[in-house]
Design a protein around this ligand. Structure first.
Ligand code: NAD
Length: 479
């Protein structure tokens, strides 16, 4: 069986303790490879390699940095199919969706490769007295920790700006989906990334992740994952005065007004609810529909969702694949049970599915729509992060906002209306880092990306990411 290795100092190496963890294929529920169960000594080895590479990498010309990062992007594109297949097997997502995500992983590198050439800093003139200019300098060795839902997509979203700004990186993918991060190491070698500039250490959060976060010389941590993990990371990193970017959980509302384009809102809501098995931090899991169209929208949505094909992620016709792990599968099913005890009526789905043949032991859940829940009950306020949504009517914009804003989260929302005033009012009043009007997941990589409340601290994307991975230094020159 395939054994994944750490990627340290430009080479594939086993974990220092020689221990490995099982890596499962969610589509079959079977172990299909092994992943290093690394620990603090591996992180230290990665740190030594990264700090040795740093003096040279930070002085590498912007054009040379661009060329290497852009070559990584090209190699990701050239290997799109192989990477997508690996991602699908590792994560459970349909392979057609994984192909789109691999395209985005390439775009991440291309975007920040070009950003490296465009990034500039400000100067502030004090008329008659002095001039200030800002140096934006790389930080040194930084840590990037990513989750399992969009594995290579989110891994590269952090690594690319960190490298583009001249830092050396220690990166940890989720232990649940390590495969494409492992494959990325080889592409970095082929692209000519100097040894030690990017180091990928595999293993568990409390071991590898914690060793990174508590390492006294790793000066910045960019983390995407759950809110409770984010809180823990902040509690360790903040007293060490590390730079910290936290992209955390969400419980996103879709607000659908009666004057919307019904068909577009309906079609998109199927995706916002169930794309990637609902395992996207930006998925809308609370569907709020204005009362005049509530019954019509609900019936049409249930009808569409009943026909979503759930099954083997490798088949073209599968629209929804497998849940990423047995633990997560059990968690999602437990929330469906909770919803029932909270008075929810299951309109469709609500059960595990067992496809035939080799997928019979995989972790599949039928796309589930629940009605009749109080807007502030646990099912409607806690993150489920699976193919489970709740649908509720509302009567006024104020009521929709009260319902939308009632959770501890504030990551994203989508609003469907053809009334400009209503759209702007909701966009300004909603507690959310990202608002999509008459669309969803339309991404311009230059825009600030992140959440408010317990959905995170800081922003990724565009110059925000370039600024996060640099330290600003003001230089004041008196006339
Ligand atoms: P998680 O918090 O369990 O794990 C995320 C990463 O953190 C993994 O690599 C894990 O190994 C590591 N980790 C765990 N404990 C750690 C510790 N003590 N110290 C350091 N690292 C540790 O999250 P997950 O279950 O992998 O991902 C799902 C969560 O991620 C959901 O809550 C989802 O909303 C969130 N998410 C947020 C965004 C966003 O942009 N805001 C994007 C994707 C996913």
């Amino acid at each position: 069986m395939q054994q994944i290795q750490n990627f340290i100092n430009g080479a594939f190496v086993p974990p220092a303790n020689g221990q490995y963890l099982d890596n499962y294929n969610p589509a079959t529920g079977k172990v299909y490879s092994y992943i290093p169960d690394s620990d603090a000594p591996d992180v230290e080895q990665a740190f030594q390699a990264a700090s040795a590479a740093y003096p040279q990498w930070k002085l590498t010309s912007l054009e040379d940095r661009f060329k290497i990062l852009n070559r990584i992007a090209e190699l990701i594109d050239e290997n799109n199919e192989a990477l997508a297949l690996a991602e699908s097997i590792d994560q459970g997502k349909p392979v057609w969706l994984a192909k789109n995500e691999m395209t985005r992983a390439g775009q991440n590198f291309r975007f920040f490769a070009t950003a490296a050439m465009q990034f500039a800093s400000e100067s502030h003139h004090m008329e008659g007295h002095a001039i200030n200019y800002t140096l934006r300098q790389s930080i040194g060795v930084v840590g990037c920790i990513s989750p399992w839902n969009l594995p290579l997509y989110l891994f590269t979203w952090k690594i690319a700006p960190a490298l583009a700004t001249g830092n050396c990186v220690i990166a940890k993918p989720s232990e649940i989906t390590p495969m494409t991060a492992y494959l990325l190491g080889d592409l970095c070698i082929k692209a000519g990334l100097p040894a030690g500039v990017l180091n990928i250490v595999h293993g568990l959060g409390p071991k590898v992740g914690n060793a990174m976060v508590s390492h006294p010389k790793i000066k910045a941590i960019s983390f995407t994952g759950g809110t409770s993990t984010g809180k823990h990371i902040a509690s360790v990193a903040a007293p060490m005065f590390k730079k910290l970017s936290l992209e955390l959980g969400g419980k996103n509302p879709n607000i659908i007004f009666a004057d919307c384009d019904f068909d577009k809102a309906l079609k998109t809501t199927v995706n916002t609810s169930f794309l990637n098995q609902g395992e996207i931090c930006l998925c809308g899991s609370r569907i709020l529909v204005e009362r005049p169209i509530y019954e019509k929208f609900k019936s049409a949505l249930v009808e569409e969702v009943k026909h979503l094909k759930v099954g083997n992620p490798l088949l073209k016709e599968s629209k929804v694949g497998a849940i990423v792990s047995k633990m997560h599968y059990d968690k999602v099913l437990s929330y469906i049970e909770l919803a029932k005890t909270e008075g929810g009526n299951i309109l469709c789905g609500g059960t595990a599915l067992h496809p035939e043949g080799e997928n019979a032991e995989g972790w599949y859940i039928a796309p589930t729509i629940i009605e009749g829940l109080a807007y502030n009950c646990r099912t409607n306020t806690e993150e489920i992060f699976g193919p489970v949504v709740s649908i509720m009517p509302f009567d006024t914009t104020e009521e929709a906002l009260t319902m939308a804003n009632c959770t501890e989260y504030g990551l994203a929302c989508s609003v469907w209306t053809n009334d400009l005033t209503k759209a702007h009012t909701v966009a300004a009043s909603i507690e959310s880092g990202i608002v999509w009007i008459n669309c969803w997941l339309l991404r311009d990589l230059r825009t600030p990306f992140g959440g408010v409340k317990q959905s995170g601290v800081g922003r990724e994307g565009g110059w925000e990411a370039m600024r996060f991975f640099t330290e600003a230094k003001n230089v004041c020159i008196k006339y």
